[in-house]
Design a protein around this ligand. Structure first.
Ligand code: GLN
Length: 484
């Protein structure tokens, strides 16, 4: 059963070929036997999953089931779930039982989905390799020596290894698309404001966005249908109608204008990755699309801009984890200052501390104008590049990441080289645009993702374009050996 896509699983449940309880057990058994190597889950909620599956089976009997009823899902451990530990990959929240559900969780529950557990992630979503998790590194099922990407590495690894049919992720600078690329799955970061951030533990609030991670665009569309929509709990959520994202998948892409930014194919891009992307672009030409050379001249500014904005915002967001209101509390503090210092010193890992320090510095009196304000100005320039490009083209394509998955440990001592893994994804968050990564081939048996960037609220078009590629190619159907 685990090799079926969501639409097939949904049909199987509807026809009574199998029950949700049977399906859920299949995935729970796979997690039990296969996740020892991968470490893609932080918590497995087996009892709850089986209880939810039984309710779903009742709904099929009573005729009240929807398309996602009874379908298992893995939730990134950044989404608060009432009564369930929500660790965000950190020791700081190792004992945090969320008192309420994130809106995304409420919506997926209302759709009848069955949560299998919470997936591993870089601590507070900071990272590109999943090596920053307090719960240990996640492995890439395509090669256990390789990273799965980050920060949604647990979700990507679990979906690629078929331990869950779909999963949620969050993307602040690439954390859905980059691990999707490195693990050979399909991931979509929606337009900022499309999916509610309520109950999604904040990293950099002006950039964070949740989205679906799946094996195919069709599955991602089904999941986005349930995730997207206005939420009065989130003041940045946009009140705009949610289309049926599965409704547009079959439309022809004849005449589509695809922008190819010169800056995405310059120095730093691995040759093997470049050839895979060129071949994917030729496939699009065969389908009737035209390729248009474009320029995004401020691309080189996106990493420095992001690392000022993201660090400034995280230093503010993470101030709430003080050992009093939230988070790990040290033993026997002598006074309040000692409590703060030791609780935060013990609770946060090295990368999180580095970012809080840099962010606090960038926001401090005398430096604010030089760093944060300047970064906000650059953010406008970067967004303007995209605005201009979308006057000429319908979508933009290029690589998701400059290389395939690197080895575990390869970049852990070099934060700057790690930050460069997101060179093609970060500007999309700074501009608030939607972006996708879809499997496009392999280099040395490690997957390569093609990135598709759209204009604001163009998720439907992205999913259509991705689906058309997946009708012509089989890259998204490849399964890592040992996980068939
Ligand atoms: N890798 C980037 C970072 O470390 C992006 C992370 C993310 O999107 N959550 O900040």
């Amino acid at each position: 059963m685990h090799d079926k896509n969501v639409a097939e699983l949904s049909a199987g449940l509807k026809n009574g070929d199998f029950s949700s309880e049977e399906l859920t057990r299949v995935y729970l058994n796979r997690i039990e036997s296969l996740d020892k190597d991968l470490n893609s889950f932080i918590s497995v909620t087996a009892e709850q999953a089986l209880a939810a599956a039984r309710i779903a089976d009742q709904q099929y009997k009573s005729g009240t089931a929807g398309p996602l009823t009874g379908i298992p899902i893995a939730q990134k451990d950044i989404f608060c779930i009432q009564g369930v530990r929500t660790s965000c990959g950190s020791k700081m929240l190792a004992n945090f039982i969320a008192p309420y559900d994130a809106t995304v969780v409420t919506r997926l529950n209302e759709a009848g989905m069955v949560m299998l557990g919470k997936t591993n992630m870089d601590e507070f979503a900071m990272g590109s390799s999943n090596e920053n998790s307090f719960y240990g590194a996640v492995k890439n099922p395509w090669d256990l020596l390789a990273v799965p990407g980050g920060s949604s590495g647990g979700s990507a690894s679990a979906v690629a290894a078929q331990l869950a049919p779909v999963a949620t992720g969050t993307d602040t600078g690439g954390s859905i698309r980059q691990p999707a690329s490195l693990c050979g799955i399909t991931g979509l970061k929606p337009t900022y404001g499309r999916v509610s951030r309520y109950g999604m533990i904040a990293f950099a609030s002006s950039l964070d966005q949740g989205g679906p991670m799946a094996r195919s665009a069709e599955d991602a569309a089904m999941l986005l249908n349930a995730m997207a929509g206005f939420d009065h709990h989130d003041s940045t959520s946009v009140d705009r109608e949610v289309p049926d994202y599965t409704g547009n998948l079959d439309q022809s892409i004849e005449g589509l204008r695809i922008g190819i930014p010169a800056e995405f194919f310059a120095e730093g891009l691995d040759d093997g990755v470049a050839s895979v992307i060129q071949a994917a672009l030729q496939e699009y030409e065969k389908m009737g699309a035209s390729l248009v050379d474009i320029s995004l001249p401020n691309s080189g500014l996106s990493i420095p801009t992001y690392y000022v904005v993201a660090m400034a915002e995280c230093s503010s967001n993470l101030s709430r984890f003080d050992g009093v209101r939230f988070g790990h509390r040290c033993e026997d503090p002598v006074d309040l200052e000692d409590l703060y210092k030791r609780s935060r010193g013990e609770g946060f890992g090295a990368e999180v501390k580095r970012r809080i320090m840099i962010g606090t510095y960038a926001l401090s009196a005398g430096y604010y104008d030089a760093y944060y304000l300047k970064a906000q100005q650059l953010r406008h320039l970067i967004s303007d590049d995209y605005k201009k490009a979308f006057e000429q083209v319908d979508v933009i394509m290029g690589p998701t990441a400059p290389s395939v998955a690197f080895d575990i440990g390869e970049k852990s001592d070099d934060p700057v080289s790690m930050y460069l893994s997101d060179i093609y994804t970060i500007a999309v968050n700074l501009a608030g645009l939607p972006g996708m990564s879809i499997p496009a081939g392999f280099v040395d048996n490690r997957p390569v993702g093609l990135q598709i960037i759209g204009n604001y609220f163009d998720e439907s078009r992205l999913l259509n374009i991705a689906h058309q590629f997946q009708c012509e190619t089989n890259w998204h159907k490849q399964v890592p050996p040992g996980y068939e």
